[in-house]
Write a protein that binds this ligand. Structure first.
Ligand code: GLA
Length: 383
């Protein structure tokens, strides 16, 4: 891939790239839609991700090109930018803007990006390109900034520049990931620990529904706002700073204060999902994958029924998984409304599982899903 990036860079910019960087995507094992509620999540970085070949220029231009998209940009260097249109280069531009806002001096850059992550599939293609850009800037311009701060800065850019109220999970996972490990991250304190990801006789399958996540950003912001409203109501009775501090007993005792069936469902998901992550941690530490799998199914049910972020495509995948003997757990992963699901499947059954699922899904949905075995990887790095 390094060679391919260098060749393409030379063709487009008629010079050598000074650096080539890679940032992974991620899957989240469990703890969905609770990062922005101060909960605990369990993502891991995967081997697919985004590449950047880059060189400085003396023309004071930021030039953005991609092997995935035809749109390019060639912008004069200025110390403040705002989002223009919906093109992909707004993601790295937001990061450049953030560096300027934080007072870091940058000079012009020629940049060529390539991603082998399916875009919009819920595997964090946006955090991947943002953290990739932030890490590259810090290395090229010798700016001292920790990986954790790169994640925080990338989240800020996604919230303020891109206008999506996402939490810290994705940038943290792709900045801090380690091969063969999941990260248990407390999204309130940002305390974290690495967990060995030992799946024994099972493989972690990633199933891309190939359903475009068209409404994802607006629905995501809607859920974010709903959680804010329900927290405000509960705060009248319980002394908490975020929804994940509310335990189920407090919730049951005080839910009459919510007095809105939709908000009640949202809170129920958040509170039970946070409890499931704690159970999943125990299950993983004990090596009890069957229990872990049951928690995945329970998480999906809650995302479908209480949080309402699944959809018929993701539900079809999980329904199939429940009937397949070699599968012990499955759920949607990421924001939902399409995108990917994960499943724990017996290694020896994986090929059979994949072919039968693809057939089942095509019969019901009309187009194919893609099934592949997840390979974990390290966080952002120069290659
Ligand atoms: C998206 C967001 C994350 C997180 C997940 C849902 O991936 O970027 O911050 O909220 O959805 O868990």
């Amino acid at each position: 891939m390094k060679e391919k990036m260098a060749i393409e860079f030379r063709n487009r910019f008629q010079k050598e790239p000074e650096h080539i960087f890679f940032c992974p995507g991620r899957v989240n094992l469990i703890g969905e839609h609770i990062d922005y509620n101060g909960g605990k999540v369990m993502p891991c970085a995967i081997s697919l991700g985004t590449y950047l070949a880059v060189s400085r220029n003396i023309e004071k231009r930021f030039r953005f090109q991609s092997l995935n998209f035809p749109e390019k940009a060639d912008l004069h260097l200025q110390t403040s930018y705002s989002k223009s249109g919906k093109d992909w280069f707004n993601y790295p531009l937001g990061i450049i803007n953030e560096f300027f806002q934080e007072g870091h001096g940058l000079s012009g850059l020629d940049m060529l990006f390539f991603g082998d992550l399916p875009v919009g599939a819920g595997l964090s293609s946006s955090a991947s390109i943002e953290v990739l850009t932030a890490y590259a800037l810090s290395e090229i311009f010798h700016i001292k900034i920790s990986r954790k701060d790169i994640a925080i800065l990338s989240k800020k850019s996604e919230n303020e520049f891109m206008g999506v109220n996402c939490g810290i999970m994705d940038p943290f996972a792709v900045a801090m990931g380690q091969k063969n490990k999941a990260i248990l991250l407390d999204c309130d304190s940002l305390a974290y620990e690495y967990l060995p990801l030992e799946t024994g006789d099972y493989v972690l399958a990633i199933i891309n529904s190939n359903k475009k996540r068209t409404l994802a950003d607006s629905k995501y912001n809607e859920r974010f706002a709903e959680c804010g409203s329900v927290l405000k109501l509960l705060k009248q009775k319980i002394d908490v700073q975020n929804l994940c501090e509310v335990d189920i007993t407090d919730f049951v005792q005080n839910k009459n204060w919510i007095n809105d069936p939709v908000l009640e469902k949202r809170a129920l998901h958040v509170i039970t999902e946070n409890a499931r992550v704690k159970d999943a941690l125990v299950a993983l530490k004990k090596g009890d994958l069957v229990w872990f799998g049951k928690l995945l199914y329970a998480s999906h049910k809650s995302l479908k029924e209480q949080y309402e972020v699944s959809g018929k495509e993701l539900d079809t995948i999980v329904d199939f998984c429940k009937t397949y003997p070699g599968c012990i757990g499955a759920r949607m992963t990421g924001a939902g409304f399409g995108g990917c699901a994960i499943a724990l499947v017996k290694k020896i059954s994986f090929d059979d599982f994949a072919s039968k699922l693809i057939l089942y899904y095509k019969n019901l949905i009309g187009y194919e899903a893609a099934v592949f075995a997840a390979t974990t990887g390290d966080g952002v790095t120069e290659i």
